[in-house]
Design a protein around this ligand. Structure first.
Ligand code: GLY
Length: 574
């Protein structure tokens, strides 16, 4: 396998076998030196990502002597090349890291920031109404990218290999090209009205004004050069110098408001993960500026007050839906950038608050979302982003979710960079109550402000119990969090990695006041019962999400990796 990819990439690696006798003990703690488990390392490594070429890039990096963190850099950068609809150097992401040697768990926040010239009303017309598609296409929709800074930070602080090695597969893929996949072609068709504003984008993805077909080779030489500068110069190779100058020139020529200091001042932030317990499971997940952890904790804190096993399937679904509704309501009101906003997290995460929310749930009737807060939204389907999970043979772990937001982000590429800009400004609440691309509403806590990080739903997560761990996450916009919630419930019931990614999904997000469910997620009897209780249900027109999971069972020693059957990914154990 490695030789096959090596010949494809043409990259020379300093191959080194894993240390199979690396019997060092490590701490499995959530940033707390007191919670110490003494466990032998797994001896096997595993990677699950949304693209076989990205999984292979990680495998090569492990084989070259890298650890999970080097592999994460390689996978992340390869995805930026071969899954351009979903994530890339022009976007951001969150990386949840577990350092086996110390037991430390770190949440690396590489979320985009609003440019310094951003203003609260910048996407509203003179009547105070949202300008159509203003946060969707073109450079005004783009926040300052965080992903390149994350790759540098992870490599320099946690990796063993230089960026020149961990970025080599991505560089090779950008320069030699890769075969277009059906999913990337679908995304290009979906955004076909968008990229006329971006000749550089068209040159790469729609040469001669013709959409590629399956089997065509996509080459990205400018992206290759940008990656080479990143590999050679680290942070400065993207945020200063030639790349920065090209980005700023391209953005400003097309009416954007980025400035050189916006790039030079961008910083990733290491934050403590959000940690909570549920039925013997410890959940380590994303704190703000992701809403994922708070929403997950709210859902699970509510569920913790019920004896779910004694309830019918309809009751279980009803409680889950009502918990989701309440958690997303609070998301809309309270959550935002922790560096700029004061959030009542102690209260939101408390048992007392969960008891209050539980008391407001009527087992026989759906709670209309409008009774919790005024209705503003009619919802939307668009979503992209990507997630990968990695475990190395020493027990280091990475759960990473990265994004440029909707398919092909802002569909804009500054000339000479090969970098597709994100449209994450759409994740701000541009006007209280106005829905974004995912139908999410918000208010002041997530309003547009200079240098602010927009609220996210990306939820890279570790699950831990006395039996083992799971590393998981998924794309899907607002539906990311409920995918993780359902998969975590399945894991604690004994589901394997494969069962977690195969699980059918359902979702409620407060507004719009409907339950979206995949075909088969709820039996016809449960659907009928939920309708009787007053729930509005919508069967999703297509499956959603693209989950990637790695599990490790301490007792059996088994390591399993699984990729979502809805996607085009590959999961491997080495
Ligand atoms: N761009 C989707 C999210 O961060 O939630």
């Amino acid at each position: 396998m490695i030789n096959r990819w090596r010949s494809i990439y043409g990259v020379t690696f300093r191959a080194r076998p894993f240390s199979l006798v690396c019997l060092i003990f490590f701490l499995s703690a959530c940033g707390s030196p007191s919670a110490v488990d003494v466990i032998k390392p797994p001896a096997e490594a595993a990677i699950a990502s949304a693209d076989p070429l990205a999984t292979a890039a990680g495998e090569m990096t492990l084989a070259a002597g890298g650890n999970a963190f080097d592999a994460a850099v390689a996978v992340s950068a390869a995805l930026a090349v071969v899954e351009p609809a979903s994530s890339g150097l022009g976007g951001g992401g969150f990386f949840l890291l577990h350092d086996a040697a110390t037991g430390r768990q770190i949440f690396l926040d590489a979320r985009e920031t609003a440019p310094a010239a951003a203003t609260t009303g910048m996407y509203l017309d003179s009547d105070g109404e949202p300008l159509p598609r203003a946060t969707y296409t073109g450079p005004l929709a783009a926040g300052i990218p965080g992903l390149p800074a994350a790759l540098v930070h992870i490599s320099e602080n946690y990796g063993r290999l230089p960026l020149s090695v961990s970025l080599a597969p991505a560089i090779e893929l950008a320069e030699a090209g890769f075969i277009a996949t059906p999913r990337m072609l679908l995304g290009l068709k979906f955004r076909r009205t968008a990229y006329d504003i971006s000749p550089a984008f068209k040159e790469v993805f729609i040469p001669d004004n013709t959409l590629p077909v399956a089997g065509d080779i996509i080459r990205q030489p400018d992206l290759g050069r940008t990656l080479r500068r990143l590999a050679a110069q680290g942070f400065d190779g993207f945020y200063l110098g030639e790349t920065a100058a090209l980005l700023i020139a391209g953005v400003q020529e097309a009416g954007g408001i980025w400035t050189a200091p916006d790039l030079a001042n961008y910083r990733v932030v290491e934050r403590p993960p959000l940690v909570f317990n549920y039925r013997g499971m410890r959940v380590i997940t994303a704190p703000p500026p992701s809403s994922g952890g708070v929403v997950l904790a709210t859902v699970f804190n509510i569920l913790a007050g019920y004896d779910l096993d004694s309830l019918s399937s309809a009751d279980q679904a009803h409680i889950n839906i009502e918990a989701m509704r309440r958690a997303y309501r609070d998301r809309a009101e309270y959550l935002g950038d922790p560096d700029q906003i004061v959030m009542p997290l102690t209260r939101l995460l408390s048992d007392g608050y969960a008891a209050e929310l539980r008391a407001s749930i009527d087992m026989d009737l759906a709670t209309p979302s409008a009774s919790l807060r005024p209705v503003f939204s009619d919802g939307s389907q668009g979503s992209d982003t990507t997630h990968f999970s990695i475990l190395d043979a020493e027990g280091n772990r990475v759960a990473a979710t990265q994004s440029i937001n909707t398919w092909y982000g802002a569909a804009f590429m500054p000339a000479g960079t090969g970098v597709i800009l994100n449209n994450e400004m759409d994740d701000f609440s541009i006007k209280p109550g106005a829905p974004n691309s995912f139908g999410l509403v918000g208010a002041g806590a997530n309003s547009v402000a200079p240098n602010r990080r927009m609220l996210s739903s990306m939820s890279p997560t570790f699950l831990e119990s006395s039996d083992g761990i799971a590393i998981l996450g998924s794309p899907g916009g607002s539906r990311i969090i409920t995918q993780v919630a359902l998969a975590a419930q399945a894991w604690i019931e004994g589901a394997s990695a494969s069962e977690m990614v195969n699980l059918k999904r359902y979702h409620q997000q407060y507004l719009p006041d409907t339950v979206v469910y995949e075909s088969g997620a709820l039996s016809s009897e449960v659907v009928a019962e939920l309708i009787t209780r007053g729930h509005d249900l919508t069967e999703s027109r297509r499956p959603y999400g693209n989950m990637n999971v790695v599990t490790w069972n301490y007792l059996s020693g088994d390591v399993e990796a699984a990729t979502d059957p809805r996607g085009e990914g590959e999961a491997r154990v080495y």
